[in-house]
Design a binder for this molecule. Structure first.
Ligand code: AMP
Ligand code: MG
Length: 327
């Protein structure tokens, strides 16, 4: 028995398998990303079909990378939500098959909490997570037995907004990195800045940016304005969460956290508050199997008892639904 944990991620466009050792060594990190056809978004069924084909090979490759036989694993973890139903069921089926075939325990974990907990692997102890991805935009932190959502988007995810704008601008999918490459300042075109209490909204910004695009505004200038405005909103909410909770660590997570300008803005804010900013490697910011394996390990070794719910996916598995018994 090596005590290593294998984690399966399949909540949206990414099918991934990661393996971690009990002391946090990353032994494998394999991914396959579903790319929708030009001009269209992610169709859940098509993404799930992609994962059906990809997952068996990813499991084999990850085990080979880690030089482990399945029977040497201590646990199989998978993301049981939140996410797209067909995609979740595919990952769960793969995890169940692997666990049952080799007599291993099976544990379903929360995808958003996994993004936070990977920050602990990076050295954080009790951080606020600024989680910016395609479908999710949340500011999360642990308080009184649960991971609390301090603020979140009221409409679309920040990455979704970048991707929709990118698609309309003919940039292809995903739009986020393409807009990052195009963005050119310093002239800041005003766009709707929507922070309501601790929550954010991005659809007004998207509509206004699309209107300016149709009116002929150059793409680099618009890309710059979109980034500055949307990232400032996210950093404002994260800063207020830090101020309210008194926490002294900020962790960045989600695909949008790969963005250099976002990282710069977040670390500038953190420095000004004497907060340590952890920006994990890009491979660990995007959806990945390592964070699922790591959270599985943390829960399992923290005495979490697997139950019937761990064998069932939940599309609307909110961050604050899980009672945290392992911290
Ligand atoms: P995730 O859902 O966490 O896997 O992240 C996917 C999202 O991250 C997509 O919306 C991408 O457009 C976005 N993304 C990836 N890289 C970047 C980047 N460098 N800048 C902005 N957004 C990005
Ligand atoms: Mg994610």
């Amino acid at each position: 028995m090596s005590g290593a944990v294998l984690g399966i991620e399949s909540t949206a466009h990414t099918a991934a398998v990661g393996i971690v050792s009990p002391d946090g060594e990353i032994m494998a990190d394999r991914k396959a990303i579903f790319a929708p056809e030009a001009g269209s978004g992610i169709h859940p069924r098509e993404a799930a079909n992609h994962h059906v084909v990809a997952l068996p090979g990813l499991v084999r490759e990850a085990l080979a990378d880690a030089q482990l036989a399945p029977s040497e694993l201590a646990l199989v973890a998978y993301a049981r939500g939140p996410g797209l139903g067909p995609c979740l069921r595919t990952g769960a089926t793969a995890a169940r098959a692997l666990a049952h075939a080799h007599g291993l325990p099976l544990l379903g974990v929360n995808h958003c909490v996994a993004h936070l907990e990977i920050g602990l692997l990076e050295g954080a102890t009790d951080p606020v997570l600024l989680y910016l991805s395609g479908g999710n935009t949340q500011v999360i932190g642990y308080a009184h037995g649960r991971y609390r959502v301090f603020g979140e988007t009221l409409d679309i995810g920040i990455g979704n907004m970048l991707d929709k704008f990118g698609r309309e601008a003919g940039l292809g999918f995903p739009g986020g990195p393409k807009l990052e490459a195009l963005a050119e300042g310093p002239e800041l075109e005003p766009l709707p800045y929507s922070v309501k209490g601790m929550d954010m909204a991005f659809s007004g910004l998207l509509t206004a940016a699309l209107r300016k695009l149709a009116d002929g505004m150059p793409l680099p200038r618009l890309a710059f304005a979109i980034q500055e405005t949307a990232f400032a909103m996210a950093c404002e909410v994260a800063e207020r969460a830090l101020a309210h909770t008194g926490k002294t660590e900020l962790v960045l997570g989600g695909g949008v956290a790969c963005n250099a300008r976002l990282r710069e803005m977040a670390s500038t804010m953190a420095d000004a508050r004497d907060v340590t900013c952890f920006a994990p490697a890009k491979a660990l910011c995007v959806d990945n199997g390592v964070m699922i394996a790591w959270l599985g390990h943390v829960m399992h070794s923290g005495g979490y008892e697997t139950g019937p719910a761990d064998d069932k996916v939940d599309q609307r598995f909110r961050t604050d639904m899980a009672e945290v018994t392992w911290r």
